[in-house]
Design a protein around this ligand. Structure first.
Ligand SMILES: Nc1ncnc2c1ncn2[C@@H]1O[C@H](COP(=O)(O)OP(=O)(O)OP(=O)(O)O)[C@@H](O)[C@H]1O
Length: 490
């Protein structure tokens, strides 16, 4: 049977655990300070350590860090007091396998999780992570940061705590949320997502909280809200930064009290939904800009997982491509090395969503022609990344443009790359012997639409997604901004 080491300065806790776990046949040693803990580790190999977070001579997190160095194979459970979730999450980040709150309210569960932890070999967690990922078509890839993040997500999934996912658009926040749901005890219950930026305030309110019959024009019958429907499951609040101040107040109330009322009703209802919120805007910045409530952020951000952009985990690109290509089992498509190099060099502002679009485009265009995807099947701006730089230099050297602010080189400006790529394509049309005016005109229209969207997105970024302020920056009406965004898919 396994060796268990327990460190807690509350003698009753040590005695209780020694009695309980000793009775199950484990070899239990109890110590009362950090010093004694490390003295014990010198003596023998332990399979599990249960560590109190507060000790007279040190704290549980320090112990954990050293334990990971001295006996890395030893599993660990951090024991915290009530309302110390943040410390517990910190411990999980440092590699603890689990945490429990004192006083223990579910002894069976504690015994069960110790048993599972000790029964399983080191790869157990990884196998389960891979199983869930493959069920969800979630490519894990090989980047260290992504694997670490998934392990974190897996460990906290079983806890009843809210999670905040931040990351650029298309990085996979929603698939991550689904992963957490699937890894949680709520997996059989509904997972419901709602995009807080896609609905008007009134619609979002009625969507989230439901409404009574006749509570507003058009409310011809009672409708349950998502907090009610997802009560035992998970509610995914996408683009939460876009929720209006009024909705933010209601969300805060629900997170604090678990109670809410349907629109048009004064009867409080309870919800047990687990909230996973996501945002491409940094919510701390949004709080500083006063567009997001600090108390709401505090409630949502029990655990924050920052999803890295694709450009910082390029080792995953090939895995993602292979996964996307495998969706077409009737074709044996491959990308040439040259095409892969172009994909690896690109910055992917639209992240995995953009990569999926590029792969779909290439497979569609090559259909009936070849199963070997060469650079010619990639979008123009990807094919000509190098050439674009040449045009760029040319423009910089152009005397009349020398002081033009837009032309200052900046390594990551996607906008500049696009504009220069567009100019390059246009010059190619210009130099060509045959002019197809329809093609040129399409090219110009696309420029207008894309550049227009870029300006709108820039304004939205600068105002942290606040459409009213963005419209003011652009000196157009909010209505027009909404129209343009919807009309042109921004
Ligand atoms: N790890 C992954 N493996 C496979 N597909 C992925 C992965 N991550 C994201 N995708 C795919 O990329 C697309 C975008 O993912 P998702 O919608 O989850 O991103 P997001 O960050 O929520 O985007 P947005 O901020 O625009 O809402 C989806 O089609 C999703 O299936």
């Amino acid at each position: 049977m396994a060796n268990l080491l327990i460190v807690d300065d509350e003698r009753e806790v040590g005695n209780f655990l020694a009695h309980l776990l000793g009775g199950r046949g484990y070899h239990v040693t109890v110590v009362y300070s950090g010093k004694d803990f490390f003295a014990e580790l010198e003596k023998k190999q332990y399979q599990l350590a249960m560590i109190d977070v507060r000790l007279p001579d040190t704290n549980g997190l320090e112990i954990l860090k050293r334990l990971k160095k001295i006996q890395p194979a030893c599993k660990s459970i951090i024991m915290t007091g009530f309302s110390m979730v943040q410390t517990a999450i910190e411990a999980i980040k440092l590699g603890a396998n689990d945490y429990i709150e004192k006083p223990f309210d579910d002894i069976d569960q504690l015994e069960h999780s110790i048993e599972e932890m000790l029964k399983n070999d080191l790869t157990h967690g990884q196998n389960e992570i891979n199983e869930i990922a493959s069920k969800l078509d979630f490519v894990v890839g090989e980047s260290e940061q992504m694997r670490h993040l998934l392990t974190m997500a897996f460990k906290i999934a079983k806890k009843n705590i809210n999670v905040l996912l931040e990351g650029e658009t298309g990085t996979g926040k929603e698939v991550f949320a689904r992963f957490i749901h699937e890894a949680s005890v709520r997996q059989e219950q509904p997972f419901i997502g709602v995009n807080c930026g896609a609905l008007s305030e009134t619609l979002l309110e009625s969507e989230l909280f439901g409404h009574e019959k006749g509570s507003f024009t058009g409310a011809i019958q009672m409708r349950k809200g998502l907090f009610e429907i997802a009560s035992q499951g998970t509610l995914f609040l996408d683009e939460v930064a876009e929720a209006s101040p009024q909705i933010q107040v209601k969300l805060l109330r629900i997170l604090e009290t678990r109670e809410f009322m349907r629109v048009g009703s004064e009867r409080p209802l309870r919800t047990n939904a687990r909230i996973i919120a996501a945002s491409h805007v940094n919510l701390e910045q949004a709080v500083r800009a006063k567009s997001f409530r600090e108390d709401l952020l505090y409630r949502l951000n029990v655990v924050k997982l920052q999803i890295p952009p694709l450009r910082s985990r390029k080792e995953d690109i090939v895995h993602l491509i292979n996964f996307l290509l495998a969706k077409q089992p009737d074709r044996q498509i491959k990308f040439t090395d040259e095409a892969i190099t172009l994909l690896m060099n690109y910055d992917w502002p639209g992240n995995i969503r953009e990569l999926a679009n590029v792969v779909t485009r290439a497979t569609t265009l090559s259909e009936g022609e070849t199963d070997l995807v060469t650079p010619q099947y990639l979008p123009q701006h990807l094919q000509e990344q190098k050439e674009k730089k040449k045009v760029f230099t040319l423009q910089l050297e152009h005397p009349s443009r020398k002081n033009h602010r837009m032309l200052k080189p900046s390594k990551n400006s996607e906008f500049e790359q696009y504009v220069n790529g567009w100019v390059y394509d246009l010059l190619k049309f210009w130099q060509s012997d045959e002019i197809e005016f329809e093609v040129v005109s399409q090219h110009i229209k696309q420029f207008e639409a894309t550049v227009g969207q870029s300006f709108m997105r820039k304004a939205l970024r600068e105002t942290l997604g606040n459409r009213k302020e963005a419209a003011a920056v652009l000196k157009i009406s909010e209505r027009k901004l909404r129209y343009l965004l919807n009309e042109k898919g921004g």
